[in-house]
Design a protein around this ligand. Structure first.
Ligand SMILES: Nc1nc2c(ncn2[C@@H]2O[C@H](COP(=O)(O)OP(=O)(O)O)[C@@H](O)[C@H]2O)c(=O)[nH]1
Ligand SMILES: [Mg+2]
Length: 348
């Protein structure tokens, strides 16, 4: 409540700033409006629109204010119920994918051995894709141990086609993929195929480089991985040994961060403040004889975060400038472990 006769005070502005950070519904009431429905001061600057004028002494508009409050309480309750329903969404699905023998099942066992919080094996699953419910930091996740994807050999083409499809299906149905690589072998073309599939599917991903206990030349491995897995360069890599347990505890924090980024929604306000800043600091160069102008950007969808840029001319946007924007956006909004998609729309 503000005093309609003296305009926004320093204190009003201070309190408004606090309230703007709150997620609660705010109604701005301007009191002492004894005989008019407006104020002569600009209370709009507080960020809650035009004030609702009332007079406590004369009772003017008080009933109407009460109506407004009741109406908004109804809405708030509905929203809260909706949020609760969202909290009760099924656990996120995490697919453990990788070639045969890289250590997927060993990794799953290492998780369970360490956490000792397996709730149950979910029944009714196929032999090569077992669902396990696991709890980490108070949140439940479903881990899906997939069969490995193998190269198709002529003599058992049928069988391997099925394994590939099952594995791809598990990835398709997941929110995040743990891609397990055998560190003692390095990433092969099959691993590259998987990485590409994960990226095309737009899935969050953490790369687990297993059997690190067997690796001597770590630098060579690094070089091999960054080349072979360039399609999922957004994914963090963790070197572990499912056998000795080394670094197993480092995996889940990356999973949590990646899932958060994957589900993130950035408001249009924040996005456009970022855009103004970044294009001011590094404006686009002339490209194909044109200069790119970006009018605004919005996040169209989540899972993965997908951004729509409204531009003067699609051709004026060079790949390198869009990549620069992507890297900058990832940094600014701390997006890790998730693909980010950009689309451009012409706007005149
Ligand atoms: N040296 C070493 N061997 C491992 C490690 N993890 C798994 N293995 C071995 O690799 C083989 C395949 O493991 P498994 O979990 O069945 O692989 P999956 O086919 O991907 O499920 C088994 O003999 C494991 O004991 C590890 O970190 N280090
Ligand atoms: Mg296995």
């Amino acid at each position: 409540m503000v005093d309609s006769q003296i305009g926004p005070t320093k204190e009003d502005i201070y309190v408004a700033r606090m309230l703007r950070k709150s997620t609660k519904k705010i109604i701005l009431a301007a009191n002492k409006a004894d005989n008019k429905d407006w104020t002569d001061f600009n209370f709009n600057q507080l960020g809650f629109g035009d004030p609702f004028t009332v007079s406590a002494t004369s009772g003017r508009n008080v009933a109407e204010l009460l109506d407004l409050i009741v109406e908004n309480i109804g809405k708030a309750v509905e929203e809260e119920q909706q949020e609760q329903q969202e909290e009760e969404l099924p656990p996120r699905r995490i697919a453990i994918a990788g070639r045969p023998n890289v250590g997927k099942s060993s990794l799953l066992n290492a998780f369970l051995g360490e956490k000792r919080t397996t709730v149950s094996d979910v029944p009714g699953t196929t032999r090569d894709a077992v669902d396990t419910l696991i709890e980490y930091d108070g949140t439940k996740y479903i881990l899906v141990d997939t069969a490995g994807i193998k190269k198709r050999y002529k003599y058992d083409e049928q069988l391997d086609y099925v394994t590939i499809k099952r594995s791809e299906q598990a990835i398709h149905r997941s929110d995040l993929v743990i891609l397990v690589i055998d560190g003692s072998v390095g990433a092969t073309s099959d691993d590259q195929h998987l990485a590409r599939y994960i990226a095309d599917e737009g899935k969050a991903c953490v790369v687990v480089v297993n059997k690190i206990d067997l690796v001597e030349d770590k630098a060579a491995l690094e070089e091999n991985l960054s080349h072979q897995l360039r399609f999922i360069d957004y994914a963090k890599r963790v070197n572990v040994s499912a056998l000795t347990g080394k670094n197993i505890i480092k995996i889940f924090p990356h999973i949590v961060a990646a899932l958060k980024s994957y589900n993130d929604r950035i408001t249009t306000g924040r996005l456009n403040r970022w855009l103004a800043q970044v294009t001011d600091k590094q404006p686009p160069n002339v490209h194909k004889g044109k200069v790119l102008k970006i009018y605004y950007v919005t996040q169209a969808i989540t899972r993965p975060p997908t951004f729509q840029f409204f531009v003067n001319d699609i051709d004026a946007a060079s790949e390198s400038y869009m990549r620069f924007l992507e890297n900058n956006l990832r940094e600014e909004f701390e997006l890790e472990g998730t693909p980010v998609r950009f689309s451009r729309r012409q706007h005149r």
